[in-house]
Ligand binder design. Sequence first.
Ligand SMILES: *Cc1c(COP(=O)(O)O)cnc(C)c1O
Length: 397
Amino acid sequence: MNPLSDRTRLIASATQRGRGRRPVNPPVERASTMLSDKTASMRDETLGPVYGLEGTGTAHALRHALADLERAADVFLVPSGLAAITVPILALTRPGDEVLTTDALYGPSRRFLTRHMAARGVTTRFHPAGADARQVAEMITDRTKLILIESPASLTFEMLDVPALATAARARSVLTVMDNTWGAGLAFRPLAHGVDVSAQAVTKYVSGHSDLLMGSMAVDAPAIRRAVADAIEDMGWHVSPDDASLALRGLRTMTLRMAEQARSALLVAAWLQARPEVSRVLYPPLTGSVGHALWKRDFTGASALMGVVMRGGNTQDAQAFLDALSLFGLGYSWGGFESLITHETGQMDWRKQKPDLEGELIRIHVGLEDPADLIADLEVGLTAWRTQQDSNLQHPA
Ligand SMILES: *Cc1c(COP(=O)(O)O)cnc(C)c1O
């Protein structure tokens, strides 16, 4: 038989035969305490989890489906996407080790490295956001234990040559962890490209409905599997069965949502790129965008998250633009069914090298609305941007 497509596979794992009469969806099993029949069997793990902290059947069904998605030996769940980045770093580094990562790293991951890990003797070196695999590999030292990869990077969307980087890291016995939230385990599969841990915020596309927080880590190698499992056990992380059930529900429709949102995002990106108010759209699937060649080579799909570099402007202009919109929600996070927009103000200051941007930086997430309606809404926003710019000229600060 032909290998099943992802779209089929994510559903076939629900309807698999041979499991007896049962509901399509696994029941939500809420438990701290698990009961046994006999004292002698209380610790028998072949009978199922001994204690709720190990996760009940609901979480196990989600782990199983995510492992199938990521083509991984195992997937572990933690209470947020951020925890899916912090757990493997805690599990795989020791005092004196060094982590190498991009200067355009997701802000909270960066804060974890520079505040929490630095205070515990693990230092971090940042490579330029636009570095190629050779330049990153040249920064590996005897102390480098782990490379934390994020591609495309946060806010400025630079792409890394992940297969080349994973190969270079392996040659030096350096581990690799990838924040693959943008690729979502569907548009890009880190493990197949030689990465050791594929982490993602389930919060985003797997959930798809902006109503839960969760992270996952997909792993293959037995030693890494054990290290991550031990770290979760030692720290006492757990995800609620209700959230696991919602994430599993989201996962069944993820291929369709992601494909549709990526199609709309490309239309919105191309429209914005042609506007005089816009200098550049940072969206690797868009021809001419930063990272397009690597995206085309390695990715089979896309998220609908992009950056928009305006032509000049200031905070007031950006606020006028965003406040004039009615369809784009003003909120953080992304991956849900709804379109969102934010104005980037603070996090660029954290970087070693501030990117050279021609104007204000806006971040857009395209949802499942009709793209023609979204474009009409953005047109209203850009008119407000221009009006605000004109009034700046008439009343200079
Ligand atoms: C949202 C996000 C996270 C963190 O996910 P949370 O569930 O919000 O903690 C990590 N990395 C990237 C790239 C993200 O966009």
